[in-house]
Design a protein. Structure first.
Length: 422
């Protein structure tokens, strides 16, 4: 059975890699059109179903054109793919984002970020709501309890500052527009630095920005997108052995959201100087300094509120029902028997840690590609095991898996010799 599965996987990979670039793009955009239409039909969230109906036509149109052009002899295929990628971003990101910002339709995290920025401007702590003995303290009146929590680190508030300063929640000051601009600028710099073929860079850009794995989040919520862009910049810097750029980019991501910590910490295992020597102390110092300076004042000022917002609430341990509870195995098992919600994540962490340790021992010293592949598997396992998490977090293992593939074929330089896998 395992042999058959392995052979089927090999055949699928060979079939996909043998496809013309435009044909593979056509398939991805076609599937995106189906997904967008399905989301528009099924979702009850206004921001999501509006995006679905708005994005379905651009995806379908570009898919048809890509398939048609793929059957013609075209010299500059990658140029055509980049043009079509730009068109998709205009139709699936820019247009829906502009309309939804005007209509003031967004995922709850957008208003949460803006509210935290407003609190900071007014000299107040962004972590105002917390839980004591099962009772919510200082909840924001007039909104659901889960929207009163700020489940990020303080630096995430910067995206809400334009809206908080002007008092306008629509138009150009919308936090999503700020996050989208940062994602594109940082992501563009990361792609420029990334050592990969143009074809692979196009695939990275598609997953990060153009396909529903990026476009949906940029248009409706977007708080994970700047994190992914900063992490990609960190990966490109690690690949180029630029320890300062890697440290700063990973530190900024880690100072915004907990989801950046696995790669930030894992980078210490693979970071190298130009000479080939380990640079983990330098990177650790940069990450530690930025994270501590940006987080410590708030954690010390109100430790219980800080822990309740940043850790207890996202993990489903605050006793507050979150809309992030997607029907994944961990959530469904928790519904059947509540105590499992406190047991699944630690058990998966212990079991996963055991196998990760075995993998590290067998593959040491670890390469950047191996680290990203390991994190992709770990993220996928934790998403499935968590009692309350968004299915949208799947964008992390998907991106990590793709980056692992992109980095795998890169030359690994050491002082003694140069290994070229190309």
């Amino acid at each position: 059975m395992l042999v058959r599965l392995s052979n089927a996987r090999a055949r699928s990979v060979n079939w996909w890699t043998a496809l013309h670039g435009l044909h593979s793009d056509a398939i991805l955009y076609g599937l995106s059109a189906v997904f967008a239409l399905g989301l528009g039909w099924e979702s009850r969230e206004a921001a999501q179903w509006h995006w679905g109906y708005l994005a379905a036509a651009p995806y379908a149109a570009v898919a048809l054109v890509a398939w048609f052009l793929g059957r013609r002899v075209i010299r500059k295929t990658n140029v055509v793919r980049i043009v079509m990628l730009t068109i998709v971003m205009l139709g699936a990101v820019a247009m829906p984002l502009a309309l939804e910002a005007r209509w003031r339709q967004a995922q709850p995290e957008v208003s949460v970020i803006v509210r935290s920025a407003r609190n900071l401007i007014n000299g107040q702590d962004p972590y105002r709501t917390y839980v004591v003995h099962g009772k919510i303290v200082d909840a924001v009146p007039g909104i659901p309890a889960y929207e009163s929590f700020f489940p990020y680190f303080p630096l995430m508030s910067v995206f809400g500052l334009p809206s908080a300063e002007t008092g306008k929640s629509a138009g150009l000051t919308d936090a999503r527009i700020v996050m989208t601009l940062m994602t594109m600028l940082v992501g563009g710099l990361a792609l420029f630095m990334l050592r990969a073929s143009r074809s692979k860079k196009i695939r990275v850009a598609q997953l990060l920005l153009a396909l529903p794995t990026g476009a949906l989040f940029l248009a409706t919520g977007g708080d994970d997108m700047p994190i992914l862009a900063l992490l990609l910049l960190g990966v490109a810097a690690l690949q180029r052995r630029s320890s300062y750029v890697a440290g700063v980019s990973l530190a900024l991501a880690a100072a915004m959201k907990l989801t950046a910590w696995p790669l930030a910490v894992g980078s210490l295992l693979v970071t190298r100087e130009k000479s080939g020597r380990s640079a983990w102390k330098k990177v650790a110092l940069i990450i530690g300094a930025i994270v501590v300076v940006s987080i410590a004042p708030f954690a010390v000022h109100a430790p219980w509120a800080f822990m309740s917002n940043v850790f207890a609430f996202p993990l489903g341990l605050a006793g507050v029902r979150s809309p992030a509870a997607s029907p994944l195995p961990g959530h469904m098992l928790t519904v059947l028997w509540a105590p499992l919600g406190h047991l699944l994540a630690p058990v998966i962490l212990v079991i996963g840690g055991y196998f990760a340790a075995k993998y590290l021992r067998r593959h040491w010293p670890l390469s950047l590609s191996q680290l990203l592949g390991l994190l992709a598997v770990a993220f996928g396992a934790m998403i499935c095991a968590a009692s309350s998490t968004r299915i949208g977090y799947v964008i992390y293992p998907l991106n990590f898996g793709l980056w692992s593939w992109v980095c795998f074929d890169q030359p690994v330089k050491t002082p003694e010799l140069v290994l070229d896998r190309a």
